[in-house]
Design a protein. Structure first.
Ligand code: NAP
Ligand code: GDD
Length: 328
């Protein structure tokens, strides 16, 4: 039976991936950090088929122990300090978790899986944030990196060390360079969910406005449920490789606002949106747009949810959640 070990199980992608792999009949092990992580209980309740293991990407012995217990055929390394803005506040923690954490997991795989014909397949959650100040448009697997944040720098290390371990030790290690992907499980700190949640609350009269930073930035936004399929497909190929996963479209924060407010019948969003210097970044990534040709041709992957569909899904979800809170 296929067995998957997932770091970052309490995050957006970890939950989508667990659901997806469960549908494929996998036995699933999820790594949860901390001595009493409140999100562990949520995982046990919502995903009873996941066996929760205690581990931390900053602690090599704990990763070895997780691998020994799970005996996985596939490891998905989704755990990270993933909020770009936060990475300036705790740059060392970000480098240690998001960067060195990848090296620790690769070493743990070498220790547990053996040096020759290591049977464990490894997926690394790389990021379009590595392209940063983009060198070409659109960005492909061949576009040089120019990270703009401590997070982006840490992801470049994680990406490069994954490629290096594949080339040095023959590990089946893949790196998915995923562009922004969102959905109802997105954390409230990220701009799309911050907006969809605020729009719902404004519609219901429990919030008056929303404060944001740079509204001009453009992102290639897809749906997280589509993107975890690409992760799995990468580990089912004959040879390990790296792939860009994106929609090939880009939209500004303003376009997201326009569609989100329109979804609740508000035609002009301007009176509800304030700009606050606290939400601007020391260095910005102005434009991301991916070229997913390789993923489409080699993996047969394509996104199912388009941009308006994504915004609609998130706003409708938050409207339902916030309405339910009010009726309690
Ligand atoms: P997320 O919702 O922020 O989840 C991050 C996960 O990492 C959480 O489960 C968190 O656990 C865990 N984590 C943090 N520090 C850890 C540590 N020291 N040891 C073990 N686990 C730790 O992120 P996501 O959106 O699901 O993204 C998944 C991965 O894809 C991340 O690596 C992210 O950087 C990368 N990525 C995301 C996108 C995107 O648009 N979503 C795009 C490209 C790449 P707690 O809940 O306990 O904090
Ligand atoms: N979070 C946030 N909050 N972002 C804002 C705000 C705000 O109030 N106002 C404007 N923005 C802008 C940011 O400056 C950025 O240009 C854009 O909205 C998107 O910000 P986030 O949603 O925080 O995502 P991100 O693009 O920085 O990072 C996400 O995508 C990466 C892939 O490109 C994260 O999921 C990363 O983990 C991921 O690697």
């Amino acid at each position: 039976m296929a067995r998957a070990l997932i770091t970052g199980i309490t995050g957006q992608d970890g939950q989508h991936l667990a659901e997806f792999l469960h549908g494929k009949g996998y036995e699933i092990f999820g790594v949860v950090k901390g001595q009493n992580n409140p999100r562990a209980q949520q995982i046990r309740e919502e995903f009873p088929f996941v066996e929760v293991l205690s581990g931390d990407l900053t602690d090599l012995p704990s990763l070895v122990s997780c691998l020994e217990t799970a005996q996985p055929t596939e490891v998905y390394n989704l755990g990270a300090i993933s909020f770009v803005h936060f990475s300036w506040t705790q740059a060392e923690l970000t480098a240690n978790t998001t960067g060195l954490g990848v090296l620790r997991m690769l070493e743990a795989i070498r220790m547990v899986g053996g040096q020759q014909n290591n049977p464990i397949r490894f997926y690394q959650a790389s990021s379009s944030e590595m392209f940063g100040k983009v060198r070409e448009v659109p960005q492909s697997e061949l576009t040089p990196f120019h990270p703009r944040s401590p997070y982006g720098c840490a992801k470049v290390f994680g990406h490069d060390i994954t490629v290096n371990y594949r080339e040095s030790y023959g590990l089946y290690a893949c790196s998915g360079i995923l562009f922004n992907h969102e959905g109802p499980r997105r954390g409230l700190e990220f701009v799309t969910r911050k907006i969809s949640n605020a729009v719902a609350r404004i519609k219901l009269g429990v919030q008056s406005d929303i404060s944001l930073g740079n509204l001009d930035a453009k992102r290639d936004w897809g749906y997280a449920g589509d993107y975890v399929k690409a992760m799995w497909l990468m580990l089912q190929q004959n040879e390990p490789d790296d792939y860009v996963v994106a929609t090939g479209e880009t939209h500004s924060i303003e376009e997201f606002l326009e569609l989100a407010f329109a979804e609740v019948g508000i035609a002009d969003w301007h009176p509800y949106v304030k700009q606050d210097p606290r939400f601007f970044r020391p260095a910005e990534v102005d434009l991301l747009i991916g070229d997913p040709t390789k993923a489409r041709e080699k993996l047969g992957w394509k996104p199912e949810v388009d941009f308006p569909g994504l915004v609609r899904m998130m706003v409708r979800h938050d409207l339902a959640v916030e309405s339910a809170k009010l009726s309690k």
